[in-house]
Ligand binder design. Structure first.
Ligand code: G6P
Length: 612
């Protein structure tokens, strides 16, 4: 979703801003812009479309500020209020052109503020909620930019991460957050503000993460932080540990392909040092649970969105099967608004690759209010959910840039299994069964490698079906969430209408849609439930739908009579989601590639959904 960058230092701002926006492209956007302040003049260049279009416009601009300024702000916009055109793109200026602002989030009471401004003769020119905010800052200005910003923010309902500058006060950037992340990178003689560490990493590793209702003022004297009442606040400088190369595609055609092939290493990193073979358990120090704490848990509630929610569903099965604890997964938005019943012995797990998803964050806050024990499963270190939960497990999967989540999913499943194992060992799971599970979790990277070796075979299957308009994925047990995830991957990147269904549910409606051109991917791994799903796949075949059978190695006979086969390693049911999901990721990728789709940045999608 939208990306923010701000720069103040000694180097040419426009170049750094455009490069920062390029590094945040993966978040998903549909227009972009930069504003630079030179001397006492702000120049803005914006455009619908991609960063390369913005770069061309910046290079062609007849603007000293674009060439010389050492101070500026930039933005990639994922349209919410008004279409993605030049007027609605950020940065926005006030009516005098003396204040410029970029904003992530949503100003919910913008209509009310807009009509208040109109009564003072201030008219907005764009459809956005953001322009209202910059007009309000200008209206509140009485000689101090930070005071004007805090006055304006006190009138605002909604979420924001903003950076503001004004030609009244060159050499100053003001930033603030409520609900949308802001990271401040502190370099030598320069400061880079961004909504995402990826724009900061090439310049410095030292960063400060703002908390909600924090403001920061950046000048040549350094960074000062306040709350909205101007009382100083202190936020620690932390070292960001992401490797710059990890955010580059290298030899791969797409980030998604690279990230799929990184899965063996990513899973290795996720499980490293966390398996205790001797005691048959997992060591998850970030969870901060003694065996007694773990034994007290009466229910596990997992909240998340999208792919993360699917990984949570695998966790649900594992907690119930291994630990015998009632467990539920809920879409985070539903959880936050339905007044959930929570008891003090409930463990709420918030699962989020980015750690910034608005609904998952709100679910965390709701669960905390209701007194639950809340833990996070995040990939992005220092992200808001990781910080607000205060305890949890990082994936250590490395940056995931492709919008369609791949390595985060398999690492989330690995972490979920380790969590379930840890809790299960305080309950009914015997030491030798725990040891056995440790061995299987330890083999996940090898199983991932085995599937990746099937890349060419899966590509051949993908080519056959690349022109279909609809597809179904069916599975049961641990493979039901994998069917949902397989369908999600396909629709996200290939735009084929795909549905994941419980194999048994197909008969209750969707089977009416089956015909010769609608393939069904049937997850027929050699795990409990296989025979039942096999019957369901036969029913599809009887309706002339082509069936792609996903089967376990050594059990290939199951695919007899079906149209195509994908072979994955034989493994226990709770382990099967990892290799099976990788096979379906590859299938979706090759279908999308064959259709010529823009795989890393699919239309309308955002990597990190920071609005509800
Ligand atoms: C977006 C992304 C998905 C992701 C979901 C949840 O929709 O496109 O890939 O699964 O958000 O994101 P999170 O960062 O919370 O895992």
């Amino acid at each position: 979703m939208c990306g923010i960058v701000g720069y103040f230092g000694k180097r040419k701002a426009a170049e750094i801003l455009v490069d920062g926006l390029r590094r945040m492209e993966y978040r998903g956007y549909d227009s972009a812009g930069v504003a630079c302040l030179f001397d006492t003049r702000i120049d803005v260049v914006k455009t619908p479309g991609k960063i390369k279009d913005l770069r061309a416009r910046v290079d062609a601009a007849d603007s000293v500020a674009m060439r010389e300024a050492v101070q500026g702000i930039g933005h990639t916009r994922w349209a919410t209020h008004g279409p993605p055109n030049e007027i609605n793109a950020h940065p926005h200026l006030d009516a005098s052109g003396r204040f410029a602002l970029v904003h992530n989030g949503i100003i919910e009471n913008y209509k009310e503020i807009k009509s208040g401004l109109a009564q003072h003769g201030i008219q907005c020119v764009s459809d956005t909620d953001t322009e209202v905010l910059v007009q309000l800052v200008a209206y509140c200005y009485q000689g101090s930019l930070e005071r004007a910003v805090s006055e304006a923010l006190k009138k605002v309902k909604g979420t924001y991460g903003i950076v503001v500058m004004s030609d009244h006060e060159p050499g100053k950037l003001v930033t603030a957050r409520c609900g949308s992340p802001i990271v401040i990178g502190i370099g030598k003689d320069e400061t880079i503000i961004a909504s995402d560490a990826s724009a900061i990493i090439p310049h410095t590793r030292d960063a400060v993460y703002l908390e909600d209702y924090d403001m920061a003022v950046v000048t040549s004297g350094g960074v000062e932080m306040f709350d909205l009442q101007h009382a100083p606040v202190n936020r620690e400088v932390t070292a960001m540990d992401w490797d710059e190369d990890a955010a580059e595609k290298g030899e791969y055609a797409h980030f998604m392909l690279k990230e799929m092939f990184e899965q063996p290493d990513a899973i290795r990193n996720a499980i490293r040092g966390r398996l205790d073979f001797e005691m048959g358990t997992a060591i998850l120090s970030g969870l901060d649970f003694s065996p007694r704490d773990a034994a007290m848990i009466s229910r596990v509630l997992v909240v998340g969105c999208g792919t993360s929610m699917h990984a949570g569903m695998v966790g649900e099965y594992a907690f119930e099967e291994l630990a015998g604890i009632p467990s539920e997964v809920e879409q985070a938005a539903e959880f936050r608004y339905r007044n959930p019943i929570i008891t003090p012995t409930d463990l709420v797990l918030a699962i989020s690759q980015s750690g910034e998803t608005a609904d998952t964050l709100a679910a965390v806050r709701e669960a905390k209010h209701k007194g639950a024990v809340v833990a996070g499963i995040c990939n992005v270190v220092g992200s808001t959910i990781a910080r607000e939960t205060g305890r949890g497990v990082y994936l250590h999967a490395g940056p995931e840039i492709g919008v369609a989540s791949t390595k985060a999913f398999t690492c989330q499943v690995a972490v979920m299994l380790m969590m379930a194992l840890k809790v299960a060992r305080t309950r009914r799971l015997a030491r030798h069964d725990g040891e056995e599970l440790c061995r299987w979790i330890d083999r996940l990277p090898e199983l991932a490698e085995a599937v990746l070796r099937q890349n060419d075979a899966i590509k051949a299957v993908a080519k056959k079906y690349a022109r279909c308009d609809n597809a179904f994925f069916i599975g049961r047990g641990y493979l039901f969430p994998v069917a949902l995830e397989g369908a999600l991957k396909l629709k996200e990147i290939s735009y084929i209408h795909a549905e994941g269904y419980h194999a048994a549910e197909l008969k209750h409606g969707p089977i009416a849609l089956l015909e010769e051109k609608t393939p069904v991917v049937a997850l027929l791994n050699n795990v409990p439930g296989k025979d039942k799903t096999l019957g369901n796949a036969e029913e599809c075949k009887a309706r002339k739908a082509p069936v792609i059978a996903v089967v376990s190695a050594g059990d290939e006979g199951v695919a007899d009579g079906f149209d195509d086969v994908i072979v994955v390693p034989d493994c226990p049911a709770c382990i099967a989601p990892v290799p099976t999901a990788i096979a379906l990721q590859l299938l979706a990728y090759h279908v999308a590639a064959e259709r010529g789709c823009e795989i890393d940045q699919p239309r309308n999608l955002a990597k990190s959904v920071t609005v509800e």
